[in-house]
Design a protein around this ligand. Structure first.
Ligand SMILES: *Cc1c(COP(=O)(O)O)cnc(C)c1O
Length: 815
């Protein structure tokens, strides 16, 4: 992509302020992800956050071209395209760009499977075409235009995902991009809160195909079939599925070492050997068979490609490394686009050093020399401290790379020399083709290999926050409770994502937790809910904002400020006791407090708040409402004296759900963002965040009458098979779940926990479950859920999360 500002102004019919000859080669719409600002444009999109607020940050990061509706601060060295609607401008631009090319394109829509189908088509076709495709799952109103704008002159096939979330959006997407081959993976009603029924959703999705020549769809859903046939009878239609389809599954044979499926392609029966046999993969294979058939590829070609299909990783995995490093494991695919995404992700990590470990790129049609020039050029634009190159091609082109470069012919050679390099305080990206097995390098760099891990899905955590955000007014502040190491899941990593997404406030319990976050680079305001008087030095040194709950601590805090000669008004938060009777001021003290704080030169009240006692218990509604009214009364009395207006808040997670009318100026979300809320209805909207996993370390074949574990508490009533798991009460597994109270999940099936839980191990009954040593076991997650598990332990989900021992390794990932 290469446009001048004046070209762009012409295409989008907009006005330029500044130099019209400025060149644009890439686009940013998120100020946090700006790297390589030269010739980059920042588009101030008005989403949940208004992009105009971040123009200054983008300017600080050296962006000099902007697309915006107005110019908040005019910089003489910048050029601006002033438009009515920046998002529409982006879409118009993309529509113009793609209309300049004349090659076949495939548009994929549907409720799920879009990314896998797109990636699998890429895996099948990269040798035949020079493909441009959506990076990751860029399929939204912003993602689709950005994907289309990546198209270059040498591309000769486009594969793009198209997603929608609201009525009317597909029409907009179709105006930008009209695929010749349209693919509808499936239509589920799961995420369709904006659509009244499934028919409406189907009708919306198929609008993508208005100009398509060929439409490929799953006909297992008869309504989809009917609507497509009614609307598109003059197009070439190809159905796939289990019954009466053009591309139809006949049978699966999984008893062979290499599983096979028989597919009828327009009546011709063909047997394929395939690498995956789960339900979703079979559906996806039927779908890509239909697409390959429409492109006139032969069954022989399909067979050859199917054998090479690889799993598509939807996520970049973050792992804790030694010496304060974090590892980004992206060893699932290797091509230029995914390298670019991974590099951007590397630079979003808050670590002073950046290291890249890169293998030869295998999936590319670009001629070798050109490819490695392009890669080196891109890598060089990032300021990477050390680059480790693995593979023969990269060795050949090593001179193209600048900076500290280390070369190895193979992954093993790198591993053998790893100890010679110091990797400290670094974010390390491992990016390579599967064949190179760079994950072996990860295993060497990662902290303690323990088979028991707690997986934390940071993407789901943000999805949950967005859900709560959608329940309150856009201007209501979000305070994220990250106390007790984010309820036990690891404070810094969680705080970092929250900061990345511009959450307004963090709250911790004690000063040391806040200090730790500051040391790790968290600059968001941090409230300390329960600072001990002895920790006021830490509070002040790390710019933490204390909760003040009595005259005694207020005076102590002020004398500390005086002692440290802190000038300016220090932010504090006033806690009101409205019924918990733990900490806080009461109404009678308000006038005195107000007089004391009025014109006080040392402190400024940032917020006034209280805490609900029983917001989860609707039988206590009257009491809860009294608490909120009491807080309002205190607030009014206090501001009458101090004559400025701090922000006001009382709602915790269940408060937001049950009493949104008390959202005031801010809400405090704790357990909800970690994936649990005490409300069946709200639970449906939350995603699971935490999964506690381990593996089977040993299988035992027991004869009838034999026993298991301490105290012989399990006696085999018949011959049975039991498995030992390397996790016990020292990891935080409560003994209460033993003796068949609880279960774990092995290959999707429930295995009862038997005998007593030991310190480092526990045993489960797997007699009726097909499994082997090394298989993964889920202790806690989607199922058994936090709620179920807490019930077994006769406690609440909060206590379960916070009592999983720190020795269990935390692994974070984002999609
Ligand atoms: C922990 C805490 C919260 C969060 O409560 P959840 O029920 O987890 O949402 C809110 N406010 C205060 C004062 C807290 O201590």
């Amino acid at each position: 992509m290469n446009y001048t500002l004046s070209q762009l102004a012409k295409i989008t019919d907009a006005e330029i302020v500044g130099n019209p000859d400025k060149k644009i080669t890439h686009i940013f719409y998120d100020s946090r992800t700006i790297v390589n600002p030269e010739n980059g444009v920042f588009i101030a999109i008005q989403g949940i956050h208004d992009g105009h607020i971040y123009m200054e940050e983008a300017y600080q990061k050296s962006i000099r071209i902007f697309i915006c509706t107005h110019i908040p601060i005019l910089h003489k060295d910048c050029s601006y395209l002033v438009v009515k609607n920046p998002l529409k401008t982006l879409q118009k631009w993309a529509a113009y760009h793609i209309s300049q090319f004349n090659f076949p394109s495939i548009g994929i829509t549907g409720s799920n499977g879009k990314t896998i189908i797109k990636e699998w088509l890429y895996q099948c076709l990269w040798e035949q075409f020079n493909i441009v495709r959506s990076p990751k799952s860029y399929n939204s109103q912003i993602g689709l235009p950005l994907s289309l704008l990546q198209t270059e002159n040498d591309n000769n096939l486009g594969i793009f995902e198209v997603g929608i979330s609201k009525p009317g959006e597909m029409e907009i997407q179709e105006q930008i991009f009209h695929p010749q081959i349209g693919v509808l993976t499936n239509v589920l009603s799961a995420h369709s809160e904006y659509f009244t029924n499934k028919t409406e959703l189907i009708n919306e999705k198929i609008k993508l195909f208005i100009h398509s020549h060929i439409v490929i769809y799953n006909n297992d859903n008869k309504e989809v079939e009917k609507i497509i046939r009614e609307n598109y009878k003059h197009k070439k239609l190809i159905s796939f599925g289990y019954q009466n389809a053009d591309i139809q599954l006949i049978r699966i044979n999984t008893s062979l070492i290499e599983p096979q499926i028989e597919i009828s392609i327009l009546g011709e029966k063909i047997t394929f050997t395939i690498p995956f046999t789960d339900e979703a993969s079979i559906q996806n294979i039927l779908c890509i068979t239909a697409v390959l058939h429409s492109l006139e590829f032969s069954p022989q070609f399909m067979q050859e490609k199917f054998l090479q299909l690889q799993t598509v990783s939807m996520r970049l995995e973050l792992i804790k490394g030694n010496h304060n490093c974090i590892l980004i494991n992206d060893t699932f695919n290797s091509d230029f686009t995914s390298l670019e995404i991974a590099l951007n992700f590397l630079f979003q990590q808050n670590k002073p050093n950046k290291i890249l470990i890169l293998s030869d790129i295998l999936q590319s049609q670009t001629p070798e020399k050109e490819l490695y020039h392009k890669i080196a050029k891109r890598v060089n634009t990032f300021q990477i401290n050390s680059v480790f190159l693995v593979g023969e091609c990269l060795n050949k082109y090593r001179n193209l790379f600048q900076g500290s470069i280390y070369c190895f012919l193979s992954t093993n050679e790198l591993i053998n020399h790893l100890d010679n390099y110091i990797m400290k305080d670094a974010a390390i990206l491992l990016k390579g083709a599967r064949k190179f097995e760079l994950e072996k390098v990860a295993a060497h760099l990662e902290v303690q290999s323990h088979d028991t891990i707690m997986e934390i899905n940071l993407h789901s955590l943000m999805t949950n926050i967005n859900y709560f955000q959608s329940l309150v007014k856009p201007e209501t502040k979000i305070i994220a409770m990250v106390k007790a190491s984010s309820y036990g899941i690891g404070s810094f990593e969680v705080a970092e994502v929250l900061q990345y997404y511009h959450i307004d406030y963090l709250a911790v319990a004690i000063a040391d937790e806040g200090a730790l976050l500051r040391k790790k680079g968290i600059y968001l305001p941090i409230m300390v809910m329960n600072p001990e008087i002895s920790s006021y030095d830490t509070v002040i040194d790390y710019q933490l904002e204390p909760e003040i709950y009595s005259f005694r601590v207020l005076e102590k805090f002020i004398s500390k400020l005086k002692e440290k000669s802190i000038s300016g008004k220090y932010p504090i938060h006033i806690k009101i006791d409205t019924g918990m009777h733990r900490l806080g001021f009461n109404f009678e003290q308000m006038t005195q407090l107000g007089l004391f704080l009025k014109d006080n030169p040392f402190v400024e009240v940032k917020s006034i708040f209280s805490h609900f006692v029983a917001s989860d218990d609707l039988s206590e509604e009257e009491f809860t409402r009294k608490q909120a009214e009491e807080l309002k009364k205190c607030y009014e009395s206090l501001i009458a004296e101090i004559s400025y207006t701090p922000f006001l808040h009382i709602c915790n997670t269940t408060g937001i759900i049950n009493y949104p009318e008390y959202q005031f100026d801010a809400v405090r979300i704790g357990i909800g963002m970690y994936g649990y809320v005490d409300s069946t209805k709200a639970m449906k909207n939350l995603e699971n965040v935490v999964t506690l996993k381990t593996v089977i370390s040993n299988l035992h074949y027991l004869k009838k009458g034999e026993t298991v574990g301490y105290g012989r508490r399990f006696k085999a009533k018949k011959d049975c098979i039991i498995a030992t798991l390397p996790i016990g009460y020292a990891d935080g597994i409560r003994r209460l779940v033993g003796n068949e109270v609880g279960y774990v999940l092995v290959n999707g099936q429930k295995a009862p926990i038997i005998g007593s839980i030991c310190m480092d191990m526990m045993m489960i009954n797997v007699t009726d479950i097909s499994c082997k040593e090394g298989d993964s076991v889920i202790i806690l997650g989607e199922s058994p859920s936090l709620r179920e598990y807490a019930n077994w332990c006769q406690t609440i989900p909060y206590e379960i999360l916070t009592s999983i021992s720190p020795r269990v390794k935390r692994v974070y990932y984002r999609e």
